[in-house]
Design a protein around this ligand. Structure first.
Ligand code: FAD
Ligand code: NA7
Length: 597
C-alpha cells in the first residue's frame, strides 16, 4: 500500500486507456477528473496503473479495499471517493470541496454564488430561475452591446427583443393584410383606403416587448435570482468581472458557471455596411418605415424579414449568394421562395454586395448598393432606402475571457463544444443555447437545455437535453414547418433505395373562396424502409405550419410510422389532416396537383 501513498489527493488507473468506461461523449473519465482537479487548483498525484509494473497487484489491493475495479479510483486525504461519476457527484453536491477543505485544515475560499449565468436570454433565464427554485444562490448577468446604429433593448435576450416575438408579430401584421384582401370575397365591405402604418405597429409591438422585459425582471426577483445589467467576463477559474453601462467594475465568484451569451448578427465587412446598413437587431424597433428595402442573405432571418416587409406593402428585394435556406430541405426552400416571388418579393440570385454608398440622409435615407456576380465579373447596382444584412450570426464568445480559464472553442466560428451534459472542457463551466457547436439555434432548445442542466446540477436529475428531431418553423409568408431530416440528408444517411417519400399539394379550405394559390401548399413525409416506414422527416408548407408541426413533432418523438399516420383519423376540414391521407409516393411519379378539397 505504500506504493499507493497518494500525497493528498490521488487517483489510480490500470489497463489500456481505450478500454476505460467513458462517462459521456467527451474526454475519457481520467482526464475529466484531472481537468476537474486542475480547475479547482488542487494538487494531486496520479498513479497510472497501466504504466507501472506492479499495476495489476495494486489494482487487486484496491479492489479489496474499495470494492471498485474500475478507474479512475479517487482518494482525497485518504478518504475513498470513487470513480469519475462519484467524483463529479461529490463535486456537484459539495462533498468534494468539503473533503478538500477539511484535509487542508484551512478554510477554502467560499464563493459568492453557487451559480453565475452569463447571458439573460432564453437559455440563461430558464437555467438561473430553475437553479434558484432548487434552492441555489444564483446571479444572472445580461448586457446588450448596442448595434453600430445604437439600438439596444431590455432583459430577455434575442427571442423576446429582436427575434421570435417581434418577428412573428410583424409576420402577423402582414398576414392581416392578406386577410383583409380575402375578406372582401367573404362579403366584408369597406370604403376606407387600406394602408399600413409602420410607426403604429412598431410602437404596439415594442410596448408588448416592454411588458415582457418587465415580467422577466419580476420573475427573477420573485425567485431571488440576483440580476445584474452588466457585461460578464471571466478573469479567473471561479471569478468574473462585471462591467456596467457606466464602466463600473465589480467582481463575483461562483462554484459553477453557465455561459449563455447567444449570437449577434454578422456584417459583410464591405465599405459602408456598419455605417449605413441595418440588421434584424435594428429592424424591429426602427422608428420609421424602411421603404424600398434590399435584404442581403438567404437565411431564415432574411426570408422572414423579406416576407413580412413585402406583406406590409414595401418594395423588397432579396440578394442571394447561393441557395435559399441552407441546411433546410431544398425542395421546400425553393417552394417557399417561389411563393414569395409570386407575392411581390424580388430575388437577385448569385450576387453579393461589395459596397454601400450613402446618397441621401433621411428617415429613411437613400443608399446605393454595388454588387458583384458570384459566377463572373458582372457588376450591378441599385438604389434602396434601407439595406438589411442577414448573413448569419456570430457567437458572443470572443470577449468573455474564455482564454483566461482555458474553455475551448471552435476558433473558426466561436462556438463552444460541449459534451452531452452541456459541460465544456473546464468541468465547472457549462454552455447552453445558440453558442453551442452543432446544436439547433432555437429558443425552446435553449430553454430546455438550461432548465435540464440546472436540474442535473442541483436537483439530482440525470435527464439530458434531446437535440434530435427538434421541430421548427420558418415564418415566411407561406410558413414552412419541419421536423427531422431534410430529404437530401435522408438520402445521404440512409440511401435513396431505403427511403420512401410521400407527398401532396393541398388547398386550405380558407383559400378556396378567395380563389388563392391552389397547388402551392405542399406536404411531404420521408419514411425509412429500413425501420418499419418510420417517419424520419416531416415537412409542410402552408398556413399555420408551426401549429401543425408542433403536434407531429411529438408524434415523431414517439417514433411514428407511416402506418400509424394512416391509422390516425384526421380532423376535417384542416390542413393538418393531409398527413393522415397521404398516398402518393414520389417514386411512383404520380400527379399530386389538386383540383378541389
Ligand atoms: P440569447 O437569447 O441571444 O441571449 C443571450 C443574452 O446574453 C443576450 O441578452 C446578450 O445581450 C447577453 N450577453 C451576451 N454577452 C454577454 C456578456 N458577456 N455579459 C452579459 N450578457 C451578455 N428561435 C425560435 O425558436 N423561433 C423563432 O421564431 C425564432 N426567430 C428568430 C428570429 C430572429 C430575427 C432571430 C435573430 C432569432 C430567432 N430565433 C428564433 C432564435 C432565438 O432567438 C435564439 O435561438 C435564442 O434567443 C437563443 O437563446 P440564448 O439564450 O442562447 O441567447
Ligand atoms: P445561416 O443559416 O448561417 O445563413 C447565412 C445566410 O447568409 C446564408 O444564406 C448565406 O449564404 C448568406 N451569407 C453569408 N455570408 C454572406 C455574404 N458575405 N454575402 C452574401 N450572403 C452571405 O444564418 P442564420 O444565422 O440566420 O441561421 C442560423 C441557423 O438557423 C442555422 O443553423 C440553420 O439551422 C437555421 P450561403 O448559403 O452561405 O451562400
Amino acid at each position: 500500500m505504500a506504493q499507493l501513498g497518494p500525497p493528498r489527493y490521488g487517483f489510480h488507473a490500470f489497463a489500456p486507456a481505450k478500454a476505460w468506461p467513458r462517462r459521456s461523449a467527451g474526454p475519457a473519465d481520467r482526464s475529466e477528473v484531472k481537468d476537474l482537479f486542475h480547475s479547482l487548483g488542487v494538487e494531486y498525484s496520479a498513479l497510472e496503473l497501466d504504466k507501472i509494473d506492479d499495476g495489476p497487484s495494486i489494482q487487486e489491493v484496491l479492489l479489496e479495499l474499495t470494492s471498485q475495479r474500475t478507474v479512475p479510483n479517487v482518494f482525497i486525504n485518504g478518504n475513498h471517493v470513487g470513480g469519475c461519476d462519484q467524483t463529479f457527484q461529490a463535486y456537484h453536491n459539495g462533498t468534494l470541496q468539503k473533503l478538500l477543505r477539511d484535509g487542508k485544515g484551512e478554510e477554502m475560499e467560499s464563493y459568492d454564488y453557487d451559480l453565475i449565468v452569463i447571458g439573460g436570454g432564453s437559455g440563461g433565464l430558464a437555467c438561473s430561475k430553475e437553479a434558484a427554485t432548487l434552492g441555489k444562490k444564483v446571479m444572472v448577468l445580461d448586457y446588450v452591446v448596442p448595434t453600430p446604429l445604437g439600438t439596444t433593448w431590455g432583459l430577455g435576450g434575442t427571442c423576446v427583443n429582436v427575434g421570435c416575438i417581434p418577428k412573428k408579430l410583424m409576420h402577423q401584421a402582414a398576414l392581416l393584410g392578406q386577410a383583409l384582401q380575402d375578406s372582401r370575397k367573404f362579403g366584408w365591405e369597406y370604403d376606407q383606403q387600406v394602408k399600413h402604418n409602420w410607426e403604429t405597429m412598431t410602437e404596439a409591438i415594442q410596448n408588448y416587448i416592454g411588458s415582457l422585459n418587465w415580467g422577466y425582471r419580476v420573475a427573477l426577483r420573485e425567485k431571488s435570482v440576483t440580476y445584474l445589467n452588466a457585461y460578464g467576463e471571466f478573469i479567473g477559474p471561479h471569478k468574473i468581472k462585471a462591467t456596467n453601462r457606466k464602466g463600473q467594475e465589480t467582481f463575483y465568484t461562483a462554484q459553477a458557471f453557465v455561459i449563455a451569451t447567444g449570437e449577434r448578427p454578422r456584417y459583410l465587412g464591405i465599405p459602408g455596411d456598419k455605417e449605413y446598413c441595418i440588421t434584424s437587431d435594428d429592424l424591429f424597433s426602427l422608428p420609421y418605415c424602411p421603404g424600398r428595402t434590399l435584404i442581403v442573405g438567404a437565411s431564415y432571418v432574411a426570408l422572414e424579414c423579406a416576407g413580412f416587409l413585402a406583406g406590409l406593402g414595401l418594395d423588397v428585394t432579396v440578394m442571394v449568394r447561393s441557395i435559399l435556406l441552407r441546411g433546410f430541405d431544398q425542395e421546400m426552400a425553393e417552394k417557399a421562395g417561389a411563393y414569395m416571388e409570386t407575392h411581390g418579393v424580388k430575388f437577385i440570385r448569385k450576387f453579393v454586395p461589395i459596397e454601400v454608398i450613402k446618397l441621401e440622409d433621411g428617415m429613411p435615407g437613400k443608399l446605393k448598393v454595388i454588387a458583384k456576380s458570384t459566377e463572373g465579373s458582372q457588376m450591378i447596382e441599385g438604389e434602396y432606402n434601407t439595406v438589411l444584412i442577414a448573413v448569419g450570426r456570430d457567437a458572443c464568445t470572443n470577449t468573455i475571457g474564455l482564454d483566461k480559464i482555458g474553455v475551448k472553442m471552435n476558433e473558426k466560428n466561436g462556438k463552444i463544444p460541449v459534451n452531452d451534459e452541456e459541460q465544456t472542457n473546464v468541468p465547472h463551466v457549462y454552455a447552453i443555447g445558440d453558442i453551442l457547436e452543432g446544436k439547433p439555434e432555437l429558443t425552446p432548445v435553449a430553454i430546455q437545455a438550461g432548465r435540464l442542466l440546472a436540474r442535473r446540477l442541483f436537483g439530482g436529475s440525470s435527464v439530458k437535453c434531446d437535440y434530435i428531431n427538434v421541430p421548427t418553423t420558418v415564418f415566411t409568408p407561406l410558413e414552412y414547418g419541419c421536423c427531422g431530416l431534410p430529404e437530401e440528408q435522408a438520402i445521404e444517411q440512409f440511401g435513396q433505395e431505403n427511403i420512401e417519400v410521400y407527398h401532396t399539394f393541398f388547398w386550405p379550405l380558407e383559400w378556396t373562396v378567395p380563389n388563392r394559390d391552389n397547388n402551392t401548399c405542399y406536404a411531404k413525409i420521408i419514411c425509412s424502409k429500413l425501420n418499419n416506414n418510420q417517419v424520419i422527416g416531416l415537412h409542410v408548407l402552408g398556413p399555420n405550419a408551426g401549429e401543425i408541426t408542433q403536434g407531429f413533432g411529438a408524434a415523431m418523438k414517439c417514433g411514428i410510422t407511416k402506418e400509424l399516420l394512416d391509422e390516425t383519423i384526421g380532423i376535417h376540414p384542416t390542413c393538418a389532416e393531409v398527413f393522415t391521407t397521404m398516398e402518393i409516393t414520389r417514386s411512383s411519379g404520380q400527379d399530386i396537383t389538386q383540383s378541389g378539397c
